[in-house]
Design a protein around this ligand. Structure first.
Ligand code: COA
Length: 564
């Protein structure tokens, strides 16, 4: 009969803590240990349990309040006192008539937050009087908040809903909260719109409530004990209170089709908060709760799967925290043919995406004057024919890059971000990108710094041919410190190559062209070779990149310096 105070229990040493969520409302019936509110210390979020079973008659705190051990947060009537005059006396009744109590539970559980005038405005679903009646659902007390905007309407006109189903979600600057249905029925008219601001007593929607003779109601009401058992977990799973009873979260498959834009996401406030904190887009999470409701486990499983995908480099077009590219049905525009990707193509695609997403790329451009180099190269044509080796610009580029790597060893590294270490390499192996009918391959020439131009010319031609003939061994494609990708034989004035991770730089070479170059007194026709150096800006700074291309330009401009 008498009300008892609900006090903040021992907080394990925490001083003042903030109330971040109210899990019950005035009028709610709770069991001992049911969570009443969530508080947050700087270390953890904790739910404060109910000291006993009963009905909440007063709440004296609101979201954002600070509380400490011993503070009164509300009042409650002990169990049995409020359950109706036809029940027998409190303690005895609850001890001797467990079945009665079991019947009450679902009813009281199913109407937690929306009880405005609890007993008056709510039809008791177990009473059957026949036909249907229209009810207007009003906004219940909002934990002291007013003018709270609706961020989501969770039902549509024509929906058949059950007691405790979320009707709308409102969000203040402190909390997100769902307004549950006080009873089941059919939604006949929604009286609010997203963005509307709600206060206690506002009209939400109209419901047609089934009474005796209604099939659905019969299903619910006939075996009362069972109906209680069913209603409980569903109502509980709807919000944080149900966390022990939440069904196992579904695997968050990467093929999950998220709902269309604007589609409703069903989740309780605590789950929404968790998703927000973890930066998870709820429209991408598959709910495993009743009516595809998203549960805490679903958020956790989703975040875990996203992390795994990111660690594995993500699949092409998905993962890595970026939305995948949706393909239209191309056949609507004309004839199409589908062909499976070759393994090489799919591996290259994955590697490119991995590099592009992981490496902060910057590209430094430079022109090298190769007029003299080309004159020399051409003068070697006869010698080349004798040797059976064609001298192209590539061996000069290899040699120049090897020298630049030795001069600027910050380019001959890899980053170990996990161990926060820079791996310095004491060898100079350079990869060359080779265009083959099967895709791009990158054979590696080892110890470039120790080889002469003819040797490099022969080896690069041999490796390029092997690549085209698909005869490269895996070892011949490993161990590069740096890569050269030359499009000079094809064309173009500049491009931005993608760093071949875990290397930290790549040199793109475009087609040499005659250009007028000012020599201080007049323009001279010079053969200029465009160089594009892309680098990992985590490992290399811009000044060093400019130094690297300046060194290359100087070496290629005067190939005698390659001998030094
Ligand atoms: N400017 C002008 N001409 C150039 C040049 C340049 N930068 N680079 C090469 N050439 C010329 C060559 O001298 C040769 O001409 P020539 O027969 O008159 O002497 C012609 O272009 C063809 O050379 P190529 O057979 O391509 O030899 P190479 O040693 O320059 O290049 C490979 C060898 C393997 C790099 C090249 O064949 C290749 O596959 N390049 C494509 C790489 C690629 O696809 N990269 C893209 C990665 S995203």
């Amino acid at each position: 009969m008498s009300e008892q105070e609900i006090k903040v229990p021992d907080l394990g040493g925490a001083e003042e803590v903030e109330v971040i969520e109210l899990l019950v409302s005035v009028g709610d019936s709770v069991e001992a240990e049911d969570p009443l509110l969530t508080i947050e210390t700087d270390k953890a979020s904790v739910e404060l349990p109910s000291p006993g079973a009963g009905k909440i008659t007063k709440l004296t705190v609101k979201v954002g309040d600070k509380v400490k051990e011993g503070d009164v947060i509300g009042m409650m009537e002990a169990s049995g006192e409020s359950s109706g005059s036809d029940e027998t006396e409190g303690a005895d009744a609850s001890e001797n008539e467990p079945e009665e109590k079991a019947e009450e539970k679902p009813q009281s559980k199913s109407s937690p937050k929306s009880q405005d005038e609890p007993e008056q405005s709510k039809p008791a679903p177990k009473k059957k009087s026949g036909g249907t009646r229209k009810e207007t659902v009003l906004v219940p007390p909002l934990d002291g908040m007013e003018n709270v905007p609706i961020i989501e309407i969770n039902v549509s006109e024509g929906d058949t809903i059950e007691a405790d189903d979320a009707l709308v979600t409102v969000e203040s600057d402190k909390a997100t909260m769902e307004i549950p249905a006080p009873y089941g029925g059919k939604v006949t008219k929604i009286l609010v719109a997203e963005g509307d601001k709600l206060s206690e007593g506002d009209k939400l929607l109209e419901l047609t409530v089934a009474e005796e003779g209604d099939e659905e109601d019969d299903k619910q009401d006939e075996p009362p004990a069972e109906s209680g058992e069913e209603a409980k977990p569903e109502a509980k799973a709807d919000d944080d209170k149900g966390k022990q009873k939440e069904p196992a979260a579904q695997e968050q498959s990467s093929t999950y089709e998220p709902p269309a834009p604007g589609a409703k996401v069903h989740a309780g406030p605590a789950v929404r908060k968790l998703a927000r904190e973890m930066g998870a887009d709820m429209t991408h999470i598959k709910g495993s709760g009743p009516k595809s409701r998203i549960l805490k486990d679903d958020v956790q499983v989703y975040v875990k799967s996203q992390l795994q995908q990111t660690q594995q480099g993500g699949s092409v077009g998905t993962g890595s925290g970026i939305p995948g590219v949706k393909l239209p049905d191309f056949s609507q525009f004309g004839d199409i043919e589908r062909e499976a990707m070759s393994r090489m193509m799919s591996v290259t695609a994955t590697n490119m995406q991995r590099s592009w997403l992981n490496v902060p790329h910057v590209t430094q451009f430079e022109d090298a004057d190769i007029t003299d180099m080309e004159a020399f190269r051409k003068s070697q044509k006869a010698a080349g024919e004798k040797k059976g080796v064609k001298m192209t610009p590539l061996p000069f580029l290899l040699k120049a890059c090897a020298t630049a790597l030795a001069e600027l060893p910050q380019f001959n590294v890899s980053l170990d971000m996990e161990r926060k270490e820079v791996v310095h390499k004491r060898y100079i192996h350079i990869g060359i990108a080779v265009d083959t009918p099967n895709g791009l391959m990158v054979p590696v020439i080892r110890d470039v710094d120790q080889k002469g131009l003819w040797e490099l010319a022969a080896e690069s031609a041999e490796l390029a041919q092997k690549a085209r003939d698909k005869k490269l061994k895996p070892a011949e494609m490993q161990g590069a410190c740096f890569t050269i990708t030359s499009l000079g034989g094809i064309g173009g004035t500049a491009f931005t190559p993608i760093v071949n991770t875990p290397e930290v730089a790549i040199l793109g070479v475009s087609k040499a062209a005659m250009k007028p170059v000012w020599d201080g007194s007049e323009f001279q026709p010079r053969l200029m070779l465009p160089l594009s150096l892309s680098y990992d800006h985590r490992a290399v700074n811009g000044a060093d990149a400019a130094r690297f291309t300046a060194v290359l330009s100087q070496l290629l401009g005067d190939i005698r310096s390659l001998l030094l």
